[in-house]
Structures are given as structure tokens and as C-alpha cells.
Design a binder for this molecule. Structure first.
Ligand code: DX5
Ligand code: ZN
Length: 217
């Protein structure tokens, strides 16, 4: 079952509630929320205050992608704000295992994201704790970048690890440059959650775009 997680980074922030309602109607499976601190990546986006306020407007699953240097310091805040899935970066300056365990202890799903240059083998140590692995298909920081086809072998490798070690509960998410063509490649390589920002929000027919991403004809 392929799930689509629209990234609100490319949405109209002055009308966030309307955008979220449109995504609900369009069949989004969850909402991808990109948090950037201006340190782990150059860009600065939103934090727990905005997440809490949109939490009151929708029951969609909140898939929160933390592109911040010290996720360990903010786990409580993001879970309190309404995150259902909290994904931290392997490359961040936190103790990864402790942070993932802390997320799980607070009844939240735990994800680990890998930047493009990071070796897929790093996930092996955490497979028994993880609910989600995010393979970045662009350098994190901005929406609207081109999908890196060189990430295909990495997606396949992570899928092999999940299947070979029977961790079939772990979702394999891809993020960056996903459109109708690149999502097809990612899905056939083993991804089951597609994050998409510009491909959805540049269109005026979100439903159609979500359907295209799932490669449903
Ligand atoms: C990039 C973010 C992505 C981004 C995706 O750092 O993590 O979620 O919003 O946007 P598109 O789909 O436009 O590449
Ligand atoms: Zn993201």
C-alpha cells in the first residue's frame, strides 16, 4: 500500500487551514511537516507552536521531519505539539539510539532520515527500534529540487535490509523531487511512503497529483 505525505513546505502558509482541508479531501494519507533550524540546514521554517495550532484543525497523521542539529533537546516539544511520527537525522548532533528510544517511550513513531551522502548500512543498528526510514533524495533544506537518481541503489538496499531481517513494520519513505515519474522509480525500488511538496502544490488539482504519485491509473 503506497502512502502519500504532502510536504506543507510548498503550501500557501497564509492559508494553512484551507490547504490542509484540501489535502484531506484529495486523499492525503498524512501530512509531512518540515522543521528546519537554520543550523543543520540553512533554511528556517516552523516549530512546535505552528504545529500545535494546525493540530486542532485536522486528524491527519503528522509526519514531522526534523532537520535540526539537536533533535534530542526538542523531542518533548514536538510530541506535545502533536507529532505522530517524529523523524530525526542520523547526521544530527544527538545520541541517535537514545533519541529514538525516547520518542518510542512517548508513544510516538520513530523515524531515522539519511542525507544523500550517508551510507545505508547505518540503519542496521537501529532496525529493532525504528518505525520509519527516510531516504533523502535531495540535499535537505529546500523544496523544489531535482530528484537524485543516484539514490535508487540506496532505496533498494534499505528495502533489502527491512525485508531480509523481517522488519516489515518499518515504512520506507523518500523525500525530495518526487513527481509522477520519479515516484514510480522510488516505488519500484521499495519505497512505500512518498513525500511530495512542489509536485502537489504547484497544481490546482491536488487529488489528481496524489493519484499520479501513487501511480494509480
Ligand atoms: C527538503 C524537505 C522536503 C521538501 C520536498 O529538505 O525535506 O520535504 O519539502 O519538496 P519537493 O517535493 O518540492 O522536493
Ligand atoms: Zn521533508
Amino acid at each position: 500500500m503506497i502512502k502519500i505525505s504532502p510536504s506543507i513546505l510548498s503550501s500557501d502558509f497564509s492559508n494553512l487551514e484551507t490547504e490542509i482541508k484540501k489535502l484531506e479531501t484529495a486523499g492525503a494519507d498524512m501530512l509531512h511537516i518540515d522543521v528546519m533550524d537554520g543550523h543543520f540546514v540553512d533554511n528556517i521554517t516552523i516549530g512546535p507552536t505552528v504545529i500545535s495550532s494546525i493540530r486542532k484543525k485536522t486528524n491527519l497523521i503528522f509526519d514531522v521531519h526534523l532537520m535540526i542539529s539537536r533533535p534530542d533537546k526538542y523531542i518533548d516539544d514536538f510530541i506535545k505539539s502533536g507529532a505522530d511520527i517524529l523523524t530525526i537525522h542520523f547526521e544530527s548532533q544527538s545520541n541517535i539510539k537514545e533519541s529514538l528510544i525516547k520518542i518510542k517511550q512517548k508513544n510516538c513513531l520513530a523515524g531515522l532520515a539519511l542525507k544523500p551522502k550517508t551510507d545505508p548500512d547505518v540503519v542496521l543498528e537501529y532496525l529493532n527500534i525504528l518505525d520509519l526510514i527516510l531516504v533523502m533524495t535531495v540535499e535537505p533544506g529546500f523544496g523544489g529540487q531535482e530528484f537524485m537518481s543516484s539514490m535508487i541503489p540506496k532505496i533498494k538496499r534499505v528495502r533489502e535490509y527491512i525485508n531480509n531481517f523481517s522488519f516489515n513494520n518499518i515504512d520506507l519513505q523518500v523525500d525530495g523531487g518526487l513527481n509522477n515519474i520519479t515516484s514510480k522509480k522510488a516505488i519500484s525500488s521499495g519505497a512505500n511512503i512518498i513525500v511530495a511538496g512542489s509536485y502537489i502544490f504547484k497544481s490546482n488539482n491536488y487529488k489528481n497529483q496524489i493519484k499520479n504519485l501513487k501511480n494509480l491509473k
